[in-house]
Each structure stands twice: as C-alpha cells, then as structure tokens.
Design a binder for this molecule. Structure first.
Ligand code: SPV
Ligand code: MN
Length: 625
C-alpha cells in the first residue's frame, strides 16, 4: 500500500510548491510513517484531526461538551515530560559560533543534525503522520509568517488547530516560494494507555536557524512538541533581529478604563508562571494574545503588534472563581478545550488551587492516582501537575478583543515587564524614557517555576522573559530594542511590575486581582490622567490615585500603610540587583553603551539616596514634593 493516497497527494500538489514537496519527501522517507494525511483548512479535515486524537487515545473525552484530557509522559520526577526541556533543546550554529550565546545550549550544526536525523530515522514507524499548514499572525498581513508542520501526534495537531490560524490557503499564495518555517515532530515510540513517549532519554529539540526549521523528537509536552509555539518563537527572534522588527514573548491586551470612552493596547513579558495570562485575562479588559507577538514600526508612528497565535496554552494552577474569574468561567463551561496533566474523576477535571474540594483518587499524569501516592523517588505526587495546562481558542471568549485578527495589528501604547520578586522592586514602576524601559525589561529577574524542568525557586535573570529563546547575542537584541524605539514617533511607555512582593513574614503583600489597578494606572499614565512620583529608579503612583482605583475597580480600601510598605524604595536590595545584572551582562559581548550608562546612573543615584536617608527602607512619601 502507498503511504500517501491520491487524494492526499492531490492536496499537496495543489499548493504548487516544490519546497513543501521537498521537505515532505525528505522527512517521510526518513521518519517512515505507515500513513500520511494532509490536512487542509476544511472543516472536514480539521474534524478528522480531533477524531483521531480520541481514537488513538492521545485525548479522552470529558463530561462537558468539547472538553478532552491529554497526558504527557511521567516516569520519575527527574525524567518526565510535563515542561519544556531546556537541557535537550539545542540551537544549531556554525563551527566557531558556539561561544556567541552564553545563555543557551548550542551545538555545532553538522554534529547536531547528524545526531537528530539519526534519532528520527524510523521514528514514525507504525504511526500516521499529519501534514499541517498554519499562518503565524493574521491572514493577509505584513506581519505574518507561514509554517509547515509534520507530526505523528494528533494531540499536537489538534492543539495547533486551537492555537493557530489555518494556513493551507495562505500557502497557495506563496507562489512556490520557500519563505516559510517548518517543524518536524514525532512523539517517537509510545508506551502505555494513554500512549506516552517511551524514550524520554532520547528527547531532542534542535533548532536549525540556517534552514528556518526545528526538529523535535521523543516528546509530547506542547512547549517541546508544538512547532508553532516556543520553537517558532526562536526562529522568529532570529529573523526579526536580523531584519528591523521584533518577535517577543509578549501578551497583547486591550485596556478599557471605566468611564473614559477609550481603549489602549499593552504588551507584556513575564517569565512562565508569573501572572502573564491572568494579566491578559483581567476582568473587563480584552485579550489579543497571551504569549507571543510580532511588532513592527507602523506608518502612524506607533509600534503595531499582532498575536501570532489565536488561542491560549495557559497554566491552570491557581485558576479559581475568585482570583481568575474570566478564565475559570471559560474552563468550566462547554467549549473546545484540551486539559493536560490534571486530575480527572468521573469525567471532571481538578487542579491545584482550583478552590474546590479535591477528590481522594482519580486519574492523573502518573496514571491511577490516590492521596498519598509517591513517585519512585519517594516524593508525594500532587493530584495535578503544577505546570498542568489548558488549551482554548480566544475567539469564543467574551473578552476576545475585536482586533484579534486585524492584519494591521494594534497600536502599542504601553509595555509591562514583570518578574517574581519577593523583596526588591515595587508593584509598578514607570520608566523614565524608552531606553530606561529597555533597561527595565533587560533586568527582569525571577524565581524559577514549574514551567521548565529543574529546580524551582531559584532567582534567575530573565531579560524580556526571553532568555530561554534568545538565539541572537543578547547585546545585539538589547540594541535592536533601543533602535526600534528610536524609530517610533510614539514609543510605548514602559512599566515594570512585580506581583510577588512579600512582607518580612513571607506573606504576599498584594491580592491576585490588585494587578488590575497597576494596569489601569499605567493606562492612565499613557493619557496623562495621573501624576507620578519621581524616584531614583523610576516613577511610581501617588497614594491618592491608587486609593481611588482600588475602590473603583476592586471595591477595596487600599490603606496608606499598605501603599508605603509596597512602594518603599529599598536601596541595598536595588544595589544588589544592579550588581547581579552587571555580572550577567558582563559575560556578554556587544552590550550597547546606553545600557551601561543607565546602570551606572541608577547605581550612583541609589548610593546617594542611601547616604541621604541612611535607611534600608525609604517611604515613597519622602519623594513627594
Ligand atoms: C511558557 O512557559 O512561557 C509557556 C508555556 O508559555 S510553554 O509552551 O511551555 O513555553
Ligand atoms: Mn510563554
């Protein structure tokens, strides 16, 4: 039997694209699937993908209409597939270039290709391979890049239908050009029920910048397997930074202040599990995207931005009716949703921090689960994984922004940068100007979380929350940000946020929804609604304005003591942070002068401040003249 039938072959040929045929031929011959199915943009083809994900056991239906559960492989705590695998993700570079990237794993291209192509030989044996076409960004848009995906996982293919815009018809418009990214993925040999990747020790994700492609094998977790997500982000960063635009790990949201009859758009970069999606999904605001954006300098003098996705692959931990009402409602009502790595009991999902009673048993990512179950290293297995996720489309949410598919994107009025920082930076800080904003983004620090494999709770530097994906030298990337802003007549105002400030006793100082007030304040700053207090590290809100916002938006009495504790400047902590930043950037070649100048100026001002007040905690009231 031919592995590709006439009908499927016709679908390929109709694209009139030799480069697509070349890629398909090369990888079908190498991976040796038993069958090849080509998926167009037709509903019939897309339904086929959903049906196969269920038939093959990669997804199982749950009680609510459209809901399914998928599990990624779990063997021991140190070898599982519930997060991005940084260690086995390698960027393939030319000989001699290996040292250009101190922050990421690199491998000499020829060696890397040899290894992974060898692992991929026969990796789809007895599997059906699907060929998919997507569009990263809105259709018919100057922003967008086309993407070809081959995978033997119908969970991957189904997730991509929810997350990305169909692109088969867009590929026809290429007129034979090879101007597209491509992604080859295989779960490799499978084991168990549900079927999970057997050989996690042979998990490899190799990024081939030269060819604009990523090869990924022996994994299922979306951050490793879905070509269009973090794998395309890396290719996008490479392309943008060698041209004149930006690819960023940004959400994009519409901010709609009460009673103002206006909307503004904000982007935001936060490392994993630092409140990025929940910011983009704040009540009464609208979402364009929650993870990855392309930005270009536009004719109106603003930066314009598009979401390259159309869905959300969000962390489900701590989503509950009180703290994340919009997401919670979306996840507990019928609609197409893939849950991953949560507990299922009687067809219903449970996760950590869902605000409900947890059943004592059920099925989770470790198989049959019961309270007190231990992994083979003797540690408790929680009922749901801390990095358990949900996949939903944005379009059908009530808070979807009307410009989600606008080919011109949305004008960016402001940018947030946030990290997980318990003791140094205030909840919100406005930059002095664009370059200082780049500095604030470049100096995000965060404690590690469960979204990547490895230890949690370690403070790491996270420039623009993009370090995991930084496939160009960091100095060049920072300089490109500076240049990008210089070309804008109206550069976005930049704000650093910190939702994770703690008291001396270790208690969070802010409620989870307090971020709404920081966002609304920032929006007001863009339109000069509020004055700000100038401090040596940037601008902060006046108590009076926040008091009103807390009352108006959260019906909370925001006390002056709370404000003083949250917005005090802590000179020693800030000097320590500046030192860590300096240490990191010193390892990097080609960091632009403006960065060092800002660092020095900030340091001198903070040293003076410390001398002047002779205190470790300086109240914001003291800066108010
Ligand atoms: C993140 O970790 O930043 C995510 C999820 O958005 S992942 O797909 O794993 O990258
Ligand atoms: Mn992300």
């Amino acid at each position: 039997m031919e592995i590709i039938d006439v009908n499927n072959l016709e679908k390929l040929k109709a694209l009139n694209n030799q480069s697509v045929l070349r890629v398909v031929n090369e990888f079908i011959s190498l991976c040796k699937p038993s069958k090849v199915t080509v998926i167009t943009d037709s509903q019939e083809d897309i339904d086929y993908v959903r049906k196969r994900a269920i038939e093959l056991g990669e997804e199982t239906k749950l009680n609510l209409n459209g809901h399914t559960i998928h599990y990624d492989g779990f063997f021991t705590m140190s070898n599982h597939d519930q997060a991005r695998d940084k260690g086995n993700t390698q960027v393939l570079v030319s000989k001699g270039e290996e040292d250009s990237y101190p922050w990421i794993n690199t491998m000499e291209r020829e060696n890397g290709l040899k290894e992974i192509l060898n692992l991929m030989d026969g990796c789809m044996k007895n599997h059906e391979c699907v060929i998919r076409f997507f569009c990263l960004g809105p259709k018919d848009s100057r922003f967008s890049i086309l993407a070809l995906q081959l995978t033997d996982s119908f969970y991957v293919a189904h997730s991509e239908d929810i997350l990305y815009r169909a692109g088969y018809e867009e590929f026809k418009k290429l007129n034979g050009s090879d101007d597209f990214f491509y992604f080859i993925h295989s779960s490799g040999e499978l084991t168990g029920d549900p079927p999970v990747t057997k050989n996690l020790d042979k998990r490899r994700i190799y990024i081939d910048l030269k060819e604009g492609r990523v090869l990924s094998v022996n994994n299922q977790y979306a951050g490793n397997s879905l070509g269009l997500k973090k794998l395309a982000l890396r290719l996008g960063i490479y392309k943008a930074n060698n041209e004149d635009w930006l690819t960023e790990h940004y959400f994009v949201m519409g901010v709609h202040p009460k009673g103002k009859n206006r909307s503004s758009y904000f982007c935001g970069a936060f490392p994993s599990a630092c409140g990025k999606t929940s910011t983009a999904m704040l009540p009464e605001q609208t979402i364009v995207g929650d993870d990855i954006a392309y930005l270009r300098v536009w004719e109106d003098g603003y930066a314009h931005s598009v979401n390259i996705e159309k869905g959300i692959f969000g962390i489900i931990k701590d989503v509950n009716a009180k703290d994340d009402p919009v997401i919670f409602d979306a996840l507990t009502t019928p609609r197409e949703t893939i849950f991953s790595n949560v507990l299922v009991k009687d067809g219903k999902c449970y996760w950590i921090g869902d605000g409900r009673n947890t059943p004592d048993d059920g099925n989770n990512y470790s198989g049959n689960w019961y309270k007190g179950k231990k992994d083979i290293e003797g540690r408790d297995i929680p009922h749901a994984h801390p990095n358990a996720r949900y996949t939903i489309g944005i379009e059908e949410l009530d808070n979807a922004d009307q410009n989600l598919h606008n080919p011109d994107g949305v004008p960016v009025h402001g940018i947030f940068y946030g990290g997980r920082d318990s003791d140094t930076m205030p909840p919100v800080l406005e930059s002095i100007d664009w370059e200082h904003g780049v500095f604030l983004g470049a100096s995000i620090e965060s404690e590690t979380t469960s979204a990547t494999l490895g230890a949690e709770g370690v403070r790491t530097q996270q420039p623009m929350a993009n370090l995991d994906f930084m496939v160009v030298p960091l100095g060049k990337y920072i300089e490109n940000h500076q240049e990008f802003g210089k070309r804008l007549e109206h550069p976005p105002k930049v704000f650093a946020t910190n939702y994770f400030l703690k008291s001396k006793e270790g208690k969070y100082l802010n409620g989870i929804l307090d971020k709404l007030c920081w966002v609304i304040w920032a929006e007001g700053r863009v339109h000069n609604d509020f004055k700000a207090i100038h401090t040596p590290i940037g601008k902060i809100p006046l108590y009076f304005d926040l008091k009103i916002l807390f009352k108006q938006y959260l019906d909370k009495d925001y006390k002056e003591e709370e404000y003083i504790e949250q917005f005090s400047i802590r000179p020693t902590k800030i000097l320590e942070k500046l030192e860590r930043i300096e240490l990191m950037y010193k390892k990097e070649k080609g960091v632009p002068d403006f960065f060092w100048n800002i660092l020095e100026t900030q340091r001198n001002r903070v040293i003076e401040l410390k001398k002047e007040f002779n205190s470790e905690v300086i109240s914001p009231i003291l800066f108010q003249k």
